[in-house]
Design a protein around this ligand. Structure first.
Ligand SMILES: [Zn+2]
Length: 313
């Protein structure tokens, strides 16, 4: 699993770099040729890079299976991502408003330069390349996030085609109406990208990532395993982040359990839990000494209300 995730995060990093290339190419043209279609395409590239970066950080952290999943870092990263995405969106809408205002005042004529379609044309190539890269990587690693991202890359190819057609058509016809039409089409792609960022960040920030059904499923599947080792499950928290689960399991263990036994139990738990679903990427297991009072009152067999966790030894 670990190496699968490592490979997956490598593919994601690769496509993030491709995205950055797209940002730079568009930026060069945006600086020299001021046109709203290209500008909208540029904001889309920026937003996608931001989305990709947050997903990349998430999967990279999950790939370090020997370390605890740093939910605090993910929380901060999500908050930053959210603020940044909304700022860029606000900035974009302000500019779009100014542009439309100019059009309505009649002070604006279409000044789309056909030359700028080079940037969006390269964009088509980049997004298609990214799509095939992510899809073949999904075929090899089977990591759900890659499939999600490959679908997005394919959508981005459509966006790049729309931008290219928009630039060519409005430069030929000099029609402001067509310019606006294609700009609005591209705005939909920006919204889609922002929605991806918002959805995840909101869930993470509000703590709504906790998935009770999956937590319960995991609980039911490891209880026998844990009680056979003389312990009891203290708590199971399965959190859903973007398109994968990070699981936190706390286990009570008899304080006399040897480290070797504890390690073996941890390995068994991780194996069992990751086998439950393809989307469970990261399992943290923490051990706590069994509370003394419960050990005494139950003769070292931990009682678990209404559960099968009652030790049989
Ligand atoms: Zn996109």
């Amino acid at each position: 699993m670990a190496s699968r995730l490592k490979m997956a995060s490598r593919s994601m990093a690769y496509s993030f770099l491709l995205d950055l290339t797209g940002v730079v190419i568009d930026l060069v043209f945006v600086v020299f040729y001021n046109n709203i279609i290209l500008y909208t395409d540029f904001i889309h590239w920026v937003m996608d890079s931001l989305l990709e970066l947050t997903l990349l950080i998430g999967i990279y952290l999950a790939s370090r299976v020997s370390r605890r999943y740093p939910l605090g870092v993910v929380f901060i990263e999500s908050t930053l991502g959210l603020v940044l995405a909304l700022s860029i969106l606000g900035f974009y809408f302000y500019n779009l408003y100014s542009y439309l205002n100019g059009v309505l005042n009649g002070s604006k004529v279409s000044e789309v330069n056909a030359f700028t379609s080079i940037a969006t044309g390269v964009g088509i190539a980049i997004t298609l390349f990214s799509y095939f890269n992510l899809r073949s990587s999904y075929g090899r690693q089977g990591v759900e996030l890659l499939r999600y991202e490959s679908t997005h890359a394919l959508m981005d190819s459509v966006a790049s085609v729309a931008a290219t057609v928009g630039i060519l058509v409005s430069s030929i016809t000099q029609s402001v109406a067509l310019e606006i039409l294609f700009t609005l089409i591209l705005t939909v792609f920006i919204i889609h990208s922002v929605q991806g960022i918002l959805q995840d960040s909101f869930r993470i920030i509000t703590g709504e990532t906790l998935d009770y059904k999956t937590s319960l499923l995991i609980m039911n599947n490891i209880q026998d395993l844990v009680s056979r080792s003389g312990g009891a499950v203290k708590s199971v928290e399965a959190r859903r982040l973007s398109s994968f689960y990070v699981v936190n399991i706390d286990v009570y263990l008899n304080p006399e359990t040897t480290l070797r036994e504890a390690h073996r139990l941890r390995r068994k738990i991780v194996k069992k839990v990751t086998e439950l679903s393809d989307m469970i990427y990261h399992v943290d297991v923490r051990f706590y000494p069994q509370p003394a009072d419960e050990m005494e009152s139950k003769g070292r067999a931990l009682y678990y209300p209404g559960e099968r966790a009652r030790r049989k030894r």
